[in-house]
Structures are given as C-alpha cells and as structure tokens.
Write a protein that binds this ligand. Structure first.
Ligand SMILES: C[S@@+](CC[C@H](N)C(=O)[O-])C[C@H]1O[C@@H](n2cnc3c(N)ncnc32)[C@H](O)[C@@H]1O
Length: 187
C-alpha cells in the first residue's frame, strides 16, 4: 500500500539548504548527468534536486518535473525563477495514477525518483511509464528514505523495475537512504 503523500508545506523543509549537509544533491545525481540531457523527475517537491539538475543540464538541456500537488509546483517554479533556471524547467501537474508523460517516450536520458515511489499508488505503473520515457541505455536512479521503506519493500520495488525492462546496474550510496541504479535495456 502507498504511503500518504507528503504535505505541501514539507516542500519548504525538504528544499532547505540545511539538507545539503546530509545529502549533497550534486554528489547524488552528478555522476549520472551531462550537459544537454533531458531529465525526468517525478515528485520534485520544491526542487532540492531539480534546481541543481537544471544547472547540470545547462542551457541546452531540460528537466521535466512532475508532481501531484500544485503548491509544490508553485514553490518549485518560484525557486527556479529566482535562480534564473525557469527556461530549463518544464513543471507539470500529474494525476496520482499516472505521470502523464507519454510525449517523452524514448526521449529521456535520466530519471531521478527520490523519496516518491513509496507515495505512489502503483510502483508497477510508475516503472512502466519511466521505462517507456527513457532512451535505450538511459539511467534511472531510485532513492527511498530508509526510515519509510524497509529492505523488503525496497527489494519489491527493484523487482518491479526489472519487470518493466530496467536492468540493475552499479551500486550507489545515498546517506540514510536505500538507492539503486537501473539502465534501460534494448528491447
Ligand atoms: C517526500 S517528497 C520528496 C520531494 C523530493 N523528491 C525530495 O527528495 O526533496 C514526495 C513528493 O512526491 C510527490 N508525489 C507523491 N505522489 C506522487 C505521484 N503519484 N506522482 C508524482 N508526484 C508525487 C509529492 O507531492 C511530493 O512533492
């Protein structure tokens, strides 16, 4: 069963600069990113990872950030505008049952799903949509908070990702979290 969606006001705490002391966003996503990439981020909150990723993709790249809460997206857009990163951001409102990103199929280089899959009604639908959006050879980084997602539940998410055509790759470590890296296999 999915956990409750995190309340919108938590977006401010999650995007707080203090979090950087524990989790440096550039260290977490930097190894998977290059300028010019198209990135998909489900559940961006107010952009703790989104803004650093918009910096990393540079002016020729873009970050498509999809959330179910309009107030998260408002906060995200405000913060992106302040950082002069709005032109690289495509912030979209999703329905809870689908990301609604069919227009991105085969176009995405990197998907970051941090602290969101446990809030989704169906990890099956999510991994299917994410795998469809990825280019062959594209990467998905799954990160879940260890306090919310126990090892059994995380192993289930990994199985679901594999069934969607994603191959588990290199090991990665994110503090206080469970993390796994996947690559989209050729069909
Ligand atoms: C715990 S927050 C994590 C925010 C951000 N990824 C971070 O690490 O700071 C979870 C976010 O996922 C969003 N969310 C929950 N269910 C979702 C769904 N089905 N589709 C897209 N976003 C969702 C919530 O609104 C919230 O912004």
């Amino acid at each position: 069963m999915a956990d409750r969606v995190c309340p919108w006001w938590m977006g401010y705490l999650l995007a707080s600069p203090f979090r950087r002391w524990m989790q440096n966003p550039e260290d977490v996503v930097g190894p998977f990113m290059e300028p010019g990439m198209t990135v998909l981020e489900p559940g961006p909150g107010m952009g703790f990872f989104t803004l650093p990723m918009a910096e990393l993709v540079g002016p020729s790249g873009r970050v498509v950030a999809v959330d179910v809460q309009p107030k998260m997206l408002d906060g995200l857009r405000r913060r992106a505008a302040k950082a002069d990163l709005l032109p690289r951001l495509d912030a979209r409102l999703a329905q809870s049952g689908s990301l609604g990103v069919g227009d991105l199929n085969g176009k995405v280089d990197f998907v970051l799903a941090c602290a969101v899959v446990h809030e989704m009604p169906s990890s099956e639908v999510f991994f299917r949509e994410a795998a469809a959006a990825l280019k062959t050879g594209g990467t998905l980084l799954l990160v879940e908070p260890a306090g919310h997602v126990d090892p059994v539940r995380f192993a289930h998410q990994i199985n679901v990702a594999r069934q969607a055509g994603l191959e588990q790759g290199e090991r990665t470590v994110v503090r206080r979290c469970r993390a796994a890296v996947f690559t989209k296999k050729a069909a």
